[in-house]
Design a protein around this ligand. Structure first.
Ligand code: ZN
Ligand code: ZN
Ligand code: ZN
Length: 374
């Protein structure tokens, strides 16, 4: 498939009308989307977030046509983006004009507006002033149910991201050496994330020794030593806009006493949670599948975070795999399954991205899950 055809499959032209209909169904008069994953989802436009307002206004179905307000100096970039092929009107504004007033003049008074979740307060408050009567809601009320149910093209993009990050993990053994710092290893990883096809590095966690017990440790000057356990959690964004996220745990030489016993518990729990994924199962039941096994083995107190998060244009999005989330899984829902056990002074996590299929589950990460001793 050509890049254009792949782009059209990922960001179909019919999505604008679908979003307008969903806004009407949600009782919102319009959506106001500034740069970020919501705008990209609807138009394919990967716009920069700036103090100058770029905003896609999508009136609810039957309330008028959508338009994209752009700073005059961003117009060429907007026209070069996939948004140009959607037939949406682009409205440039000059430095001396009031872009919020321009949006209000075109939309008229609104009773309610959905604002993209990542809109800056700088813009939220100016929209409040421009539409004093409008109730402000989160656009995710409309967009999250759509974004959560991935199309075949989106699953394909996530699969590509998963394969790219698997290739980075495959190269890990040559970088994890006693005497090197976490930061040196992190630099190798960041370079490889780009070399393996990502457009951007989102995060690089190399938690060695005691740092392995801190789930969101990032990088430090700690020097790796023989006998260390190392949790490596890495991810990036592909040119498609879709993200990768994968964790493996490594040992440099012989791991500490007691480690292998709980690593096996973790591996069993991660497998059980993945195997529990199928349509109709509640998100919280995937969390329970992992947590029950870890708790029964006596490590419940050491599993200190939810089992997973949705992934797509953002590396953390709906559905969250956590107790209390009764969302029923449907084909096309993609999320991480990443239980961890952190008893200290070391810890372990195994993370795969999975997608719910018509009758079960597909894993999008496939690097070996056995403890890799380097
Ligand atoms: Zn995390
Ligand atoms: Zn991760
Ligand atoms: Zn994750």
């Amino acid at each position: 498939m050509s890049a254009d055809a792949a782009g059209a499959a990922l960001y179909p032209a019919g999505r604008l009308a679908q979003v307008a209909a969903a806004s009407r169904a949600a009782g919102l008069d319009a959506l106001l989307l500034t740069p970020g994953p919501d705008l990209r989802y609807v138009t394919g436009y990967d716009a920069r977030q700036l103090e100058r307002l770029t905003c896609l206004a999508v009136p609810a179905q039957g309330e008028g046509d959508p338009f994209l307000l752009v700073p005059r100096l961003e117009l060429a970039a907007a026209q070069a983006s996939p948004a140009a092929s959607l037939g949406v009107e682009m409205v440039p504004w000059r430095e001396t004009e009031d872009p919020f007033g321009m949006v209000r003049d075109r939309l008229g008074a609104l009773g309610s507006a959905g604002l993209s979740d990542r809109m800056w307060a700088l813009h939220v408050l100016q929209f409040r002033a421009a539409f004093p009567q409008a109730a402000q809601r989160l656009a995710s009320a409309v967009l999250s149910p759509l974004r959560m149910r991935k199309t075949g093209a989106e699953v394909g993009a996530l699969r590509e991201a998963g394969e790219a990050i698997d290739r980075v993990h495959a190269r890990m053994p040559r970088w994890l050496r006693a005497g090197r710092t976490e930061r040196e290893v992190g630099a190798n990883i960041a370079e490889a994330i780009l070399a393996e096809g990502h457009a951007q590095v989102d995060f690089v966690i190399v938690g060695s020794g005691p740092n392995a017990a801190s789930p969101h440790h990032d990088l430090s000057g700690r020097v790796l030593a023989e006998g260390d356990v190392v949790v490596v959690d890495i991810g990036g964004t592909m040119p498609s806009g879709y993200c990768s996220d994968c964790t493996r745990t490594y040992a440099i030489g012989r791991p500490p006493a007691g480690f292998e016993a709980y690593y096996e518990v973790l591996r069993t729990a991660q497998d059980a949670a993945c195997d529990a994924v199928r349509p109709g199962v509640a998100a919280q039941d995937i969390d329970r599948a992992a947590r029950d096994i870890i708790a029964k083995a006596g490590y419940g107190e050491a599993f200190i975070h939810r089992t997973g998060h949705g992934i797509g244009l953002e590396s953390h999005e709906d559905p969250y795999i956590v107790e209390g989330n009764r969302t029923r899984l449907e084909p096309g829902m993609a999320f991480s399954v990443e239980p961890g056990i952190y008893p200290g002074p070391h810890g372990a996590r195994i993370e795969d991205i999975v997608v719910c299929t018509g009758d079960g589950v597909a894993r999008l990460n496939n690097a070996a899950r056995e403890l890799v001793i380097v």
